[in-house]
Design a protein around this ligand. Sequence first.
Ligand SMILES: [Zn+2]
Length: 91
Amino acid sequence: MQERKKYGKKRCKFCDMKIDYISYKDLETLKLGVSERFKIMPSRLTGTCKKHQEALSKAVKRARAAALIPYIVDRKNVVESPFDKIKPLHK
Ligand SMILES: [Zn+2]
């Protein structure tokens, strides 16, 4: 029996999916590495390996600069989030 934590099993999702390069345009992939408030998830929670964590944080920062994902998500104002369809937020 495996104990499931909040973020699931600790394994690098990007290695699992055999992703070498994380594009900032690939929101589906970026979504794996950010919280619902678009913060970059720390690898100690997600189990992302160092290589992918670094690639991810670069990609997320670029995506922010390109306005693909917001820098800050207001708790009351999350409706404009492009991820809403995938993961609906309440509040
Ligand atoms: Zn990896």
